[in-house]
Design a protein around this ligand. Structure first.
Ligand SMILES: [Ca+2]
Ligand SMILES: [Ca+2]
Length: 289
């Protein structure tokens, strides 16, 4: 390479370096200013704050992922208009991701929501410190096992909102593997991802059943029933799925028998039992509401 070529090459590299550094300096960096946050389950709507290195020169579209142990639409609702993206208006120097924490009655471990920034539109850039790209929110549970009642909580998986109800039934009459009649002892009709029913110590001795109901929705949904009280401590009673064909139906689990201050298994041939130590699940009837 002769001297002239070397000068040309050096000049080209210098020009490109200057061009790139000028371009980078006009990009608005985006990162979390709150990388950890702890809230009570009763906190309601919370905001997680992002900071911008300089005022946004254009509207920015920020994409983020959501992880952690908390269930979307069960433990929290994301308030952004588009799922997992946030629009930051031109001129902004900060932004927030808004979440609604659901104050349920389920007795559960503390849960986490991990928000991680993935990408930003072309007039922005993600902050250079990787630790600033993730914000972890810890939701502290505020429920405890009742000492005077049996509590069953129904929780279900993340995804599109579906409406499940949950009941304790009594006076259940079963014939031909189907329910002829029943009374509803307790009914839970929350709309935000969990249900909770109770059987108090004062309830009459007798047979009861638990019944998850698929009220409305357009997808399959996997539910889990956790029981507490009456010597139960966060015991998984059953877990399985409704399909979309099950909308309008419910499953029943039981019978379980209340006798004084204990709830115990009742043996009935061909029926699925609810045991104090280990619950067997398996529905034995599917009944249209
Ligand atoms: Ca609560
Ligand atoms: Ca709770």
């Amino acid at each position: 390479m002769n001297l002239f070529s070397r000068v040309l090459l050096f000049g080209g590299v210098l020009f490109m370096s200057l061009a790139c550094s000028k371009s980078d300096s006009t990009l608005t960096s985006v990162q979390f200013s709150e990388t950890t946050k702890t809230v009570d389950e009763s906190a309601g709507t919370i905001s997680v704050t992002l900071s911008l290195g300089s005022a946004a020169t254009q509207d920015l579209t920020l994409a983020f992922s959501i992880g952690g142990t908390a269930v979307k639409n069960g433990d929290y609702i994301l308030n952004t208009t588009t799922d997992s993206t946030l629009t930051i208006a031109k001129g902004s120097t900060s932004a927030t991701i808004s979440l609604q924490i659901i104050d349920d009655e389920a007795i559960e471990d503390d849960k986490t929501i991990e928000l991680t920034l993935i990408s930003v539109s072309s007039s922005g850039t993600l902050g250079s410190a990787s630790a600033s790209l993730t914000s972890t929110i810890t939701i502290q549970d505020n429920n405890s096992a009742p000492d005077d009642s049996f509590q069953a909580d129904l929780l279900w998986d993340a995804g599109t909102l579906v409406n499940l109800d949950f009941a304790i039934l009594n006076n259940v009459v079963i014939a031909n593997n189907s329910i002829d009649s029943y009374d509803v002892y307790d009914l839970s009709e929350y709309t935000t991802g969990f249900e909770s029913v109770k059987l108090p110590s004062s309830a009459a001795d007798g047979e009861y059943y638990l019944a998850p109901i698929y009220e409305s929705g357009s997808r399959s949904v996997t539910y889990t029933c956790i029981v507490n009280g009456f010597d139960f401590s966060n015991t998984t009673a059953f877990s399985e799925s409704f399909t979309t064909a099950d909308v309008g139906y419910f499953y029943v689990y039981g019978p379980f028998t209340k006798s004084g201050s204990t709830i115990s298994r009742t043996d009935k041939t061909g029926k699925v039992k609810l045991s104090k130590a280990v619950y067997n699940k398996t529905p034995f009837a599917k009944v249209a509401k």
